[in-house]
Write a protein that binds this ligand. Structure first.
Ligand SMILES: [Zn+2]
Length: 295
């Protein structure tokens, strides 16, 4: 059985003036429900504000939790922070942290949301409100763990890098399309920028050559894995040329390179008009990782 973390608040009505396509999380839930007894469901608690503040400025945390985010920050995020969006933003980091705890027990667990890697200290950005990866990593580090955040979304994990920089127990890896959002990149422990239209073979070879030595060097207790599916060839915001088979091969490769280190996955980018096709890609990633890593 694959431990899957999900909360009803993940599935939120699209707020007005949103440039983000909502509905993905409900589709992911439904596709995983169709797996029946193959999935063990877990519901997270909202992340306590003190842990949100381990990564974010207290002023920004207060703005989000009160659903009183200034308009210019909402523009950077890409949608207004309504009370429902605020509840979701607080619960998703709780889910990523819970997935990590479950992974430590079972070898693998998946959060059906998260991967909000563009959120910065005092503002959200790029469809991300709170940075669940950075928040969960700070909490896991405080619990005595060494954490490696592996981010394979087509966009750089700039917020994650910025919010964990210099922490002795947290390392970050980002493999992404170089000529893509964000224009100003942050510095991860290891960044692997790729040229446009990098396809399956070159992508997988580069991932293995760069991630394997980093895992050996960091020797993490747990890996937080941002499994964005926007490197897919037809993605609206992607610039790489991975196929569906290439994405499955990527998950198998990351599972193999983990070498027994527990992995907690989140979703991440995946953009286009066909929400079901994108949800299927996320679910395929979760099932592939669960098969390869479960124990
Ligand atoms: Zn992305």
């Amino acid at each position: 059985m694959i431990p899957v973390v999900h909360h009803p608040s993940y599935v939120t009505e699209a707020p007005a003036r949103s440039t983000y396509r909502w509905g993905k999380n409900g589709a992911i839930r439904d596709l995983l429900l169709a797996q029946g007894a193959g999935v063990a469901w877990h519901e997270p608690e909202p992340m306590p504000p003190a842990w949100l503040e381990a990564a974010h400025d207290p002023g920004y945390v207060a703005e989000v939790l009160a659903a009183a985010v200034p308009r210019e920050k909402e523009r950077r995020i890409g949608f207004p922070v309504t009370p429902a969006v605020a509840r979701r933003a607080q619960t998703v980091p709780g889910g990523t942290w819970l997935a990590a705890r479950l992974a430590l027990e079972h070898g693998f667990a998946a959060n059906t949301a998260g991967g909000s890697h563009h959120a910065l200290g005092d503002t959200g950005a790029g469809y991300c409100v709170f940075n669940d990866l950075a928040v969960a990593a700070h909490r896991l580090a405080a619990e005595g763990r060494r954490v490696l955040i592996v981010d394979v979304d087509v966009h750089q994990g700039d917020g994650t890098a910025a919010l964990t920089a210099g922490h002795p127990q947290i390392a970050t890896y980002s493999i992404h399309a170089e000529k893509n959002f964000p224009v100003r990149k942050a510095r991860s422990t290891l960044d692997v920028p790729l040229a446009d239209h990098t396809g399956d073979a070159a992508y997988l070879a580069t991932l293995e050559a760069t991630l394997a030595p980093l895992i050996a060097e960091v020797a993490p207790d747990v890996i937080l894995y941002q499994a964005g599916v926007d490197p897919f060839a037809d993605d609206r915001l992607g610039r790489l040329s991975l196929s569906d088979d290439g994405l499955v091969a990527r998950e198998r490769l990351v599972a193999r390179l983990a070498q027994g280190v527990p992995v907690a996955s989140t979703v991440g980018g995946g953009y286009g008009d066909d929400v079901m096709a994108i949800a299927r890609r996320h679910v395929r990633a979760i099932l592939t990782l669960g098969e390869a890593l479960g124990r």
